[in-house]
Design a protein around this ligand. Structure first.
Ligand code: C2E
Ligand code: MG
Ligand code: MG
Length: 447
């Protein structure tokens, strides 16, 4: 059994949550294929024994289908296996309900119960597919189940199974379908619990004051601290300090970035107000990261402006850092929101610049103040010709567009020197300071 810490760490990184889903889908496919082979084989034997030769081959098809999907699953061709299994099963259950398992007054229909199982099975396997496919498949199975449960509809043909066999079949199929349904529901439920648990822990963190802001100094060419970036930290009761890189993607997925982001903005404005009241820190600006989900929220701009007003801070001291991911959807709305912020004096920076989707034509239309060169370009700026070229281009672009360019992830004096020589005059990185809790940050600027 996994230790509790490992379990918690599983919840909180996006990878494992999705890996776990992938793992479950694989498991569900393996169980499904094996169940199909076993059930098919049992029926083949039973039908041959009962003399129903003419229909035993249909159940033989189930065995073949199970074997093929098992091989595909083992070869990690999960999507192909899922599509093959779901579509063939739907067709086969439909065919059996119409032509083989036609109900009479003495023996009910039973094979249609597999539609119920197939509905939930498809719901699980099609989780990452388009909504219309996932829900469409679910609803089609449910509709088929309702129709066959409520009617005697079917075609009399040479293939209709005799009542004696079907009475036994009704027991067998009902038992198998209900047991497998329980298994599927258990898998779906554990997937849900895992996600809710991660969401619950983050909600508790918010209510229980487990978040804290760290501040990383931003320095100009003379070595003077002109501002800081606020970086959230989570004091997890069991795991200690958790990095935002780990929990923010999960919070985004749970839709929790809006309340968490609001907490960050509130704490940041509070800090700006405190700094403004002291001479040594009154000049500082504070950069706050804003996630795409938070920025796209309808009330985002009014909320920010209300906070600034409520805390009585100078709006020009607040800089919002957006990543290029906000530009993926609805650029016109983004431009409108940025313009409103700018009119109120709030600055906007494009974070991790060069790693995302910015198009240069948008760039000139965005009312930005700052570009931040992503640390991945700064890291090898002295050794990698391409990284150096990209950094130089970003600096030139910023200069031409009248934007301040801040280099992130500066770890050595040589990196700073290179950037300086190429016209970048604002820096942030371990070379100057790691992100610090507020008491240490205040000490840092007082030196
Ligand atoms: P970011 O905004 O690009 O922040 C810079 C990250 O680089 C920080 O990681 C910082 O600790 C790290 N860093 C700073 N200097 C150096 C250096 O010299 N070398 C290296 N290797 N790393 C350096 P952190 O604090 O783990 O934050 C990671 C990301 O999480 C941030 O990247 C930001 O995108 C996000 N984030 C942090 N706080 C918040 C928040 O309050 N709201 C939102 N939406 N996102 C946040
Ligand atoms: Mg940032
Ligand atoms: Mg960054």
């Amino acid at each position: 059994m996994k230790n509790p810490l490992q379990r918690v760490s599983d919840y909180f990184s996006l990878g494992p949550l999705d890996d776990m889903h992938g793992h479950r889908v694989k498991l569900a496919l393996e169980i499904g294929s094996l169940a199909l082979m076993v059930v098919g084989a049992v029926w083949v034997v039973f039908l041959i024994y009962s003399g129903a030769w003419s229909i035993a081959w249909v159940d033989g098809l189930l065995v073949v289908l199970g074997a093929v999907t098992l091989v595909l699953t083992r070869k990690s061709r999960i999507r192909s296996a899922a599509f093959l299994l779901l579509s063939s099963l739907f067709a086969m259950i439909l065919g059996m309900s119409l032509f083989l398992d036609v109900p009479t007054t003495s023996a009910p229909r039973a094979v249609h119960q597999y539609f119920l199982l197939l509905a939930f099975y498809g719901y699980l396997l099609l989780k990452n597919e388009l909504k219309w496919l996932r829900y469409g498949f679910f609803l089609s199975c449910m509709a088929a189940f309702v129709v066959f449960s409520s009617t005697y509809f079917g075609f009399a043909s040479q293939y209709v199974v005799i009542d004696d066999v079907r009475v036994l079949g009704a027991w067998g199929n009902s038992l198998i379908a209900t047991s497998l349904l329980c298994l599927i529901l258990y898998i779906i439920q554990s997937d849900f619990v895992l996600r809710t648990q991660a969401g619950n822990e983050l909600t508790i963190a918010l209510l229980d004051h487990q978040f804290e802001l760290y501040y990383q100094p931003q320095v100009d060419q003379t070595g003077k601290v002109f501002g800081a970036e606020a970086l959230i930290r989570w004091h997890h009761p069991e795991r200690g300090l958790v990095s935002p890189a780990e929990f923010i993607p999960v919070a985004e997925k749970m839709g929790l970035m809006v309340p968490i982001g609001h907490w960050v903005l509130n704490a940041s404005c509070h800090q700006l107000a405190l700094w403004a009241s002291k001479k040594a820190s009154a000049h500082l600006t504070l950069a706050v990261n804003v996630s795409a989900q938070q920025f796209h929220e309808a009330e985002f701009v009014p909320k920010v402006l209300a906070l600034v007003k409520h805390k009585g801070v100078d709006a020009t001291r607040l800089k919002l850092e957006l990543t290029e991911s906000v530009l993926v959807e609805n650029v016109e709305e983004v431009i409108m929101k940025m313009t409103l912020l700018k009119q109120a004096g709030v600055g906007v920076a494009l974070d991790d610049f060069g790693t995302g989707y910015s198009s240069l034509s948008y760039l000139k239309r965005l009312p930005l103040d700052q570009l931040k060169i992503d640390q991945s370009f700064v890291r090898d700026i002295l050794t990698d010709y391409h990284d150096a070229a990209i950094a130089r281009t970003i600096i030139a672009l910023g200069r031409d567009l009248g934007l301040r360019v801040v280099a992130e992830g500066v770890e050595t004096e040589a990196q700073q020197q290179f950037l300086l020589e190429n016209g970048c005059y604002a820096f942030q990185g371990y070379w100057f300071s790691h992100p610090l809790p507020i008491s240490k940050f205040d000490l840092f600027i007082s030196k």
